[in-house]
Design a protein around this ligand. Structure first.
Ligand code: MN
Length: 238
């Protein structure tokens, strides 16, 4: 478990997140209310994941759903002075003491920021590293067993949530979380460092797949950014 390494690997994605507290000392009141967390642009075109994920789904998912989590997170933090100036990882690690609005929206912002980096356009997706494949074999028996476990984590999550591959207590585990919870939260049943994650909220797939979540989960493997997954696994398991 090495959340610091994840923080480093996500530092680009979260680079725009300027804690309010950092500005507060000398800034006029109007500046203090400026957004604490900002949403990074999608790192590829909205149509870059077609046909597995259609353009309209990506436009709505990134441009409206993720944007709404960021807006609501900033509002929740504005109402929680003790959280101002904290990093997203610090907020998640003590989320049991925060309001439901902070829990839902800090999770929503973190999960989506990670999620966009776990997918890539054709030609930029790479392949699972030998080290990752060996570890998957050791912890799941085979690659196919891992794929099956990950898809089941997604299909069996009742309602909304996420499927995860995490590095936890010296091994890879597949888990799922409800709503916008994640394995960095202190309230998580299984804590760990995310290596791979898929969003199984209906908003992630409904336009193209309707009620067929299992079909979405199968198609999603086509767009996974294995270069990024390899990097997260190497950092977490070091
Ligand atoms: Mn989502």
């Amino acid at each position: 478990m090495n959340s610091r390494m994840l923080a480093v690997s996500l530092s680009l994605a979260f680079a725009a997140a300027t804690p309010v507290g950092a500005l507060a000392a000398d800034a006029p009141a109007a500046t203090v209310s400026a957004a604490a967390f900002q949403q990074a642009p999608l790192p590829y075109g909205y149509d870059a994941l077609e046909p597995a994920i259609d353009r309209e789904t990506m436009e709505i998912h990134h441009g409206r759903h993720h944007a709404a989590y960021v807006k609501a997170l900033n509002a929740a933090i504005a109402a929680s002075p003790a959280l101002q100036g904290k990093s997203i990882e610090e907020i998640l690690s003590a989320v049991s003491t925060a309001t439901p609005a902070v829990r839902n929206n800090a999770g929503g912002h973190y999960n989506h920021t990670l999620f966009w980096t776990l997918m890539a356009p054709e030609g930029q997706r790479g392949a699972p590293s030998d080290a990752l494949k060996a570890r998957i074999d050791a912890d799941f028996g085979s690659w196919d067993e891992f794929v099956k476990a990950f898809e089941e984590a997604g299909t069996k999550r009742f309602g909304s949530g996420w499927a995860w591959l995490v590095w936890s207590e010296g091994k890879l585990k597949v888990i799922s979380t409800p709503n916008q919870d994640n394995p960095l939260m202190d309230i998580a049943e299984v804590k760990g460092t995310p290596v791979l994650a898929n969003d199984v909220w209906e908003h992630a797939y409904y336009l193209k797949y309707q009620n067929k979540r299992a079909d979405y989960l199968k198609a999603w493997w086509q767009v996974v950014n294995w270069t990024k997954v390899n990097e997260l696994f190497a950092a977490a398991s070091k």
